[in-house]
Design a protein around this ligand. Structure first.
Ligand SMILES: C[S@@+](CC[C@H](N)C(=O)[O-])C[C@H]1O[C@@H](n2cnc3c(N)ncnc32)[C@H](O)[C@@H]1O
Length: 207
């Protein structure tokens, strides 16, 4: 006899956070947020990898950020996120403070490539640690530029998750080909949501 399988979200959010997430889900299309399934996957991945220093490129109103912060609460990590739209970033800041105030969060305003160059400079001057997990979800045409910078700021064994890989295939094709042809990365395309590419760095890169 066939039984209906119910999808149960394994993350426990308090009432306040659940309320914020449900409210953000109503405007998901406008703010280009992940769906709950992908957000749950992102959250699980950070926990599995025990990531402690996570970078997000593309904050929007903070929907995915809340899921990242919830994972970092468990791994006792910290979060940096980049957005060039000030209005969105300020909504995200409020959401982070409301839902996960206990996790250190550094929202950065500005064009992703410029902010990434600044971050890289700080890493090279030993003023900042390398990241162990990067979530790419901003301008699809720039994914390849993000990768060139992110590669230099990711630890050996670090993970990159990139969204919209199948929905924006033509725009991110150079990113996909570069990752698949890079012997320092083990990569896999995941066919759910809008399509994600999961890549793990396997060798030390020179900074
Ligand atoms: C797909 S949305 C991010 C959604 C978010 N990760 C979530 O799931 O809740 C992409 C965001 O990146 C921002 N963005 C696009 N291009 C950017 C750039 N070059 N620099 C910084 N932010 C950018 C957009 O304003 C938008 O808010």
């Amino acid at each position: 006899m066939e039984q209906e399988v119910k999808k149960i979200n394994s993350v426990y959010f308090d009432d306040k956070t659940e309320e914020v997430l449900s409210s953000l889900e109503k405007t998901r299309a406008e703010f280009w947020n992940l769906d709950r399934e992908c957000a749950n996957f992102l959250n699980t991945l950070i926990k599995i990898n025990n990531s402690k220093n996570v970078l997000e490129i593309g904050t929007s109103n903070g929907y995915s950020g809340i899921w990242i912060l919830e994972a970092l609460k468990e791994t006792k990590g910290k979060f940096t996120t980049i957005e060039f739209w000030e209005k969105r970033q300020s909504v995200a800041r409020k959401n982070f403070a409301l839902c996960v105030p206990e996790v250190f969060c550094e929202p950065k305003i500005g064009s992703a490539v410029v902010v990434l160059e600044d971050i890289l400079e700080e890493i090279q001057k030993n003023k900042r640690q390398k990241f162990d997990f990067v979530f790419i979800d901003a301008n699809k045409k720039e994914y390849i530029e993000y990768f060139k910078l992110v590669d230099k700021m990711l630890i050996d064994g670090g993970v990159i998750l990139a969204d919209n890989i199948l929905s924006h295939y033509e725009k991110v094709k150079d990113y996909i080909e570069t990752l698949f042809n890079n012997p320092e990365y083990q990569s896999q395309i995941l066919d759910f949501g809008t399509g994600m590419m999961l890549s793990r760095k396997t060798k030390k890169a020179c900074v």
